[in-house]
Design a protein around this ligand. Structure first.
Ligand code: ADP
Ligand code: MG
Length: 747
């Protein structure tokens, strides 16, 4: 059967080979179907026509209706430009072109009615509109508005653009000149009322070849001419009906050419739902398949080890949140299902202790546990603190990192294979193929955002029956995002900090107030505290105003000549980095100058000041992570966010959020709203789709919930994928997985 969506874009009217190659290179549009899914990024309300006498240079895009009085070409060569003096009888504006001059003079004439559209600016005291869109006005009645102006202006009774001439089904609506006189503007009523016009994103290269937003609109208009029949539905009818969605055909027509703002809203709703639905269906189907394939190890009991620790070794009472989370995990691990759980907890909320207690349950059930950390130093710290907490309990904890070599490494590997080691703590060294456990029952991954889905999967095959997996993160992920990113994981949250923590005092300070900044640092050091100073870059960047780490290091050394200063950055060898970290951790150095490598997990309770230079260059979640490096001891801690005096409104807002809030979840929600999910810490490596075309995870959380429930419903009711009405779903999913690289990555 002929499917117009599969047609090569080259053959669409108005395209041809050279434009086709640009469309492919710039937008990956190869077929008519690709163009169909290239949604407008905004809509321009073309229902209002302004009078020239009422416009000024501060207005946004406006529409005028009038005629060109005369053309005037000025300058030579590259400085050449064309001006058209344009009037509607109430005044004159200059339309200006710097390019495509020949095209304009050949295609437009004086004293013919045009509608022009563009952004007015004031230049040399005159109002200019550079590179306006021009539409030819057909069927014009020239009328006087009778509002006291001497000259008449155009009243467009049938503004019929060739663009829309082919559309059907739309009836005209007449808005009389009465209103217009009152509002000082005229309503354009077209044959189809299509006053919301699409605007498409284009690249510089496309614009140079004439593929402007307007040109793309012509192509999408031609595309709809091609569709003689309604577009085929992409969701089962029962889902469309149950969720009160408009049909695919109606949605697509209205997303490009909305017949009204209500129709546009419904189209957006339908397409967002569909997009999120398939993302969720993909994840849930995968989770379901995994559950069917793998039975989990059953941890049926809590025995002497766990109880002994709980009763005699627990260094402090658990917080309510820690208790709740341990219960959730315990229930999961006893259920016969393989656990895949995400544990979210703000910096310092006590995740390590939770991990340890879960590991003890594994040990009680004759299994080993493995705790994986993203850096050597963090792994070492974990071993230390776990050993300290366990005291004289008969539980063996060993370390395996790249630093553990030779004979020692052999020993560890041997004892691991024979079951002599109960808890192995390490870096990603633990997932290497030659690391064999005797009976691995639980894997805990700390600071998840450094590990992708693929690495997680590698752990599942470390045991005959895949071990339970607990993924811990201190980068709180808003719920909507977690559902999309880690949709196959259950989520637990530690939403409570241990008692007695003093909130970190955060201040914003301008670059220029260095003296008072240094004074604060000096004061803390004289009290015996330590200080972090973090820079965004390690090498001079193209922007000269960015202080780099090396400069900063020298400056700090000079300023604090009686202190010892450590320096750590990402380009150092891991072993060098570790030595510097250790020097700071042991208190040998008082100041740590670093890039964001120190972001993850390092615990130096004596450090009480975190200075972040060029704070405007960091994301909110990242700032929060960095701030979490201090405030770990009993002392009042400070975070000083240093920025230039000149910062954007947006930056000011973000800094203010940090100053106002210590709550990681609140900050993450703000971050998601301000920056969009694609930029969120760690999401790039996570292996999940972020190239959402229309849905926005920050704003469409509600739709996501519906979509997820609908997808879950399908999986529950048709687990074997047999129902004929769902056939369309599995076929579509297959297509999407083929075209969307990220989707494939999940399995
Ligand atoms: P994170 O969740 O950031 O990994 P940690 O596990 O490193 O946090 O814990 C931070 C600090 O809080 C540690 O020094 C730990 O000993 C302490 N801590 C953990 N749980 C409690 C608790 N229930 N009461 C008091 N202190 C606790
Ligand atoms: Mg931690």
């Amino acid at each position: 059967m002929y499917n117009p969506l599969l047609q090569d874009i080259k053959f669409l009217q108005g395209v041809g080979p050279s434009r086709a190659s640009i469309l492919e290179k710039e937008l990956a549009i190869r077929t008519v179907g690709d163009l169909l899914y290239y949604y407008p990024y905004k809509y321009v309300d073309r229902s209002r026509i302004y009078r020239i006498c009422e416009i000024d240079g501060n207005m946004p895009y406006i529409q005028l209706c009038g005629e060109i009085l005369s053309f005037e070409a000025i300058g030579e060569g590259r400085g050449r430009r064309l001006t058209a003096h344009f009037s509607d009888g109430t005044g004159v504006v200059d339309l200006v072109w710097f390019q495509g001059i020949k095209y304009i003079t050949q295609n437009y004439d004086c004293h013919k009615p045009y509608i022009i559209f563009g952004k007015p600016t004031v230049f040399n005291g005159r109002i200019n509109v550079a590179h306006p869109e021009i539409d030819v006005l057909k069927n014009v009645n020239e009328v006087r508005t009778g509002s006291g102006h001497d000259s008449g202006i155009y009243h467009v009774s049938a503004y019929q653009q060739s663009l829309f001439a082919e559309s059907e089904n739309v009836s005209g609506r007449d808005v009389g000149g009465k209103d217009a006189a009152e509002t000082q503007t005229l309503q354009v009523t077209s044959a189809n009322s299509a006053s919301l016009r699409p605007a498409y994103n284009t690249t510089e290269r496309m614009k140079r070849s004439g593929l402007t937003s307007q040109a793309l609109a012509k192509l999408t208009a031609n595309m709809f001419v091609l569709f003689k029949n309604p577009l085929q539905e992409t969701l089962p009818v029962y889902i469309v009906e149950r969720h009160h969605l408009v049909s695919f055909d109606e949605a697509m027509r209205n997303i490009h050419y909305p017949t009204s703002s209500d129709a546009l809203r419904k189209a957006q709703m339908r397409l967002k739902f569909e997009e999120l639905f398939y993302v969720q269906l993909n994840i849930l189907r995968y989770a379901h398949a995994r559950m069917m394939k793998y039975k989990g190890i059953v941890f049926s009991r809590v025995g002497n080890i766990f109880n002994g620790f709980y009763n005699e070794h627990l260094p402090f009472p658990l917080t309510g949140a820690q208790k709740r989370v341990i219960k959730e995990i315990r229930r999961d691990m006893g259920s016969g299902r393989q656990m895949n759980r995400l544990l979210q907890g703000d910096v310092g909320s006590g995740k390590t202790l939770v991990a340890l207690m879960c590991a003890l349950i594994a040990v009680d059930n004759g299994c080993q546990a493995c705790l994986m950390a993203p850096t050597e130093i963090l792994a070492e710290q974990h071993v230390e603190s776990i050993r300290r907490m366990l005291g004289d309990m008969p539980v063996r904890v060993e370390l395996l990192t790249g630093n553990v070599k030779g004979k020692r490494r052999k020993e560890v590997l041997n004892e691991l294979a024979t079951g002599g080691i109960h808890i192995l703590v390490g870096t990603h060294a633990v997932i290497e193929d030659n690391v064999c456990f005797s009976r691995l029952g639980l894997v805990v991954i700390d600071e998840q955002h450094r590990f992708g889905v693929a690495q997680r999967a590698k752990l599942w095959i470390k045991n005959e029956v895949p071990p339970h997996v607990l993924v811990m993160t201190a980068t709180p992920i808003p719920r909507t995002l977690a559902m999309t990113l880690y949709g196959d994981l259950d989520v637990s949250v530690i939403d409570e900090l241990p008692p007695g923590r003093k909130p970190i005092h955060t201040v914003h300070q301008f670059d220029s107030h260095r003296n008072s900044l240094y004074a604060s640092i000096r004061r803390q050091i004289s009290l015996g505290r330590q200080v972090y100073i973090v820079y965004p870059l390690i090498k001079e960047s193209e922007k000269m105003d960015i202080k780099n780490l090396e400069d900063g290091y020298e400056q700090i050394c000079a300023e604090f000549s009686n202190c010892k200063v450590s320096k750590v950055h990402g380009k150092m060898k891991p072993s060098e980095k570790d030595i510097e970290m250790q020097r700071f951790a042991s208190g040998e150095t008082q100041i740590m100058v670093a890039t964001t490598v120190i972001e993850v997990g390092v615990n130096v309770p004596n450090a009480s000041v975190m200075v972040i230079e060029n704070a405007e260059r960091f994301g909110l979640s990242q700032l929060h992570q960095l701030r979490g490096r201090v405030g770990r001891g009993a002392e009042q801690s400070y975070c000083i966010l240093v920025t230039n005096y000149k910062i954007s409104e947006d930056t000011r807002k973000r800094i203010q959020i940090m100053v106002d809030s210590n709550d990681g979840f609140e900050i993450a929600e703000h971050d998601l709203k301000l920056r969009g999910p694609g930029d969120l810490e760690g999401t790039q490596q996570s292996g999940m789709a972020f190239d959402l075309k229309i849905a926005n995870l920050a704003r469409d959380g509600q739709i996501l919930q519906y979509a997820r429930a609908a997808a879950q419903d399908v999986i529950d009711n048709d687990p074997d994928e047999r129902h004929p009405e769902n056939e369309i779903l599995w076929r579509r999913l297959k297509e999407l997985r083929k075209t969307n690289v990220n989707w494939g990555a999940i399995s």
